[in-house]
Design a binder for this molecule. Structure first.
Ligand SMILES: Nc1ncnc2c1ncn2[C@@H]1O[C@H](COP(=O)(O)OP(=O)(O)OP(=O)(O)O)[C@@H](O)[C@H]1O
Length: 250
């Protein structure tokens, strides 16, 4: 389980996260939804130890990410902006490097590499250097890097951004398989169809805190709307924006 407890973050005196609190249960897929600038990426970066919170804490399986970053990292896989591939390394070399950093060696290392190679259909890319890789190819390698050490927790920031249909499908299939294996999954997204299809739970973020949560059906019921997108708009943008949207000429 992941617990985010009263996390605050300011940038240049501007409050971006404001006593942000939520939990992500094990063996479920949770989606983090929010308008542009709501604070999702900032929150995910704090959860993955890339950024320090001003106050509050994040626990991954009971481990405080800021106090015990190395222990936390062992049980965490992260898919961020898909940058940070080492362009001079082949996919095999790159994944082997990250698996070793996570403590894998010998037969375990070989098995782990073979498993992600098969799961993420990496045969054609395996011996290529990552320089010039397409968005979809980068996503596959980033996801393989995140999964190679079989972490309990997986955090993904807009993982399907820029992917074609097949790459997005492969990603969704992988997430569903990981959920069946008990992995704790949190992903941010702006794509409502994908959130409806994949998520057991949705968290709606606005103004740096969580303003609503529940299964997609619960959110729809609570908001009195008839689909997830309208429920999200009602929660994230509030009644004023809702009125403005409705007043727009057809
Ligand atoms: N390093 C930084 N320095 C200054 N401001 C920042 C920094 N990182 C984020 N911000 C600001 O914090 C706010 C929240 O940004 P964040 O990237 O977390 O939003 P988001 O919900 O992920 O948005 P999007 O959906 O557009 O990706 C934005 O106003 C952004 O400009």
């Amino acid at each position: 389980m992941i617990s985010v407890e009263s996390v605050d973050k300011q940038f240049a005196g501007r409050q971006v996260l404001n006593a942000c609190s939520f939990t992500v249960p094990d063996g479920k897929i949770t989606a983090l939804l929010g308008a542009n600038g709501a604070g999702k990426t900032t929150c995910l970066r704090i959860m993955t130890g890339l950024l320090r919170a001003d106050a509050g804490r994040v626990l991954l399986g009971g481990v405080d990410v800021a106090r015990q970053p190395m222990v936390a990292r062992r049980q965490l896989g992260v898919v961020g902006d898909r940058e940070g591939l080492y362009e001079r390394l082949t996919v095999a070399e790159y994944l082997s490097l990250f698996a070793r950093i996570q403590g894998l060696a010998g037969v375990d290392l070989k098995r782990a590499l073979q498993a992600v190679r098969e799961e993420l259909e990496l045969d054609d890319l395996w011996l290529r250097r990552t320089r010039g890789f397409s968005q979809g190819e980068r996503m596959k390698v980033s996801l393989a890097r995140a999964l190679v050490h079989r972490p309990q927790h997986l955090i993904l920031d807009e993982p399907t951004r820029g992917l074609d249909v097949l790459a997005a499908r492969l990603l969704r299939r992988t997430l569903l398989r990981l959920r069946a294996q008990g992995t704790t999954i949190l992903f941010s997204s702006h794509v409502m169809s994908e959130v409806s299809e994949l998520s057991d739970r949705v968290l709606v973020m606005a103004g740096g805190r969580i303003v609503g949560g529940g299964s997609p059906d619960e959110l729809i019921q609570k908001s009195g709307c008839d689909n997830l997108e309208d429920s999200f708009v009602a929660l994230a943008y509030g009644a004023a924006t809702d009125r403005r949207t409705q007043e727009e000429p057809a």
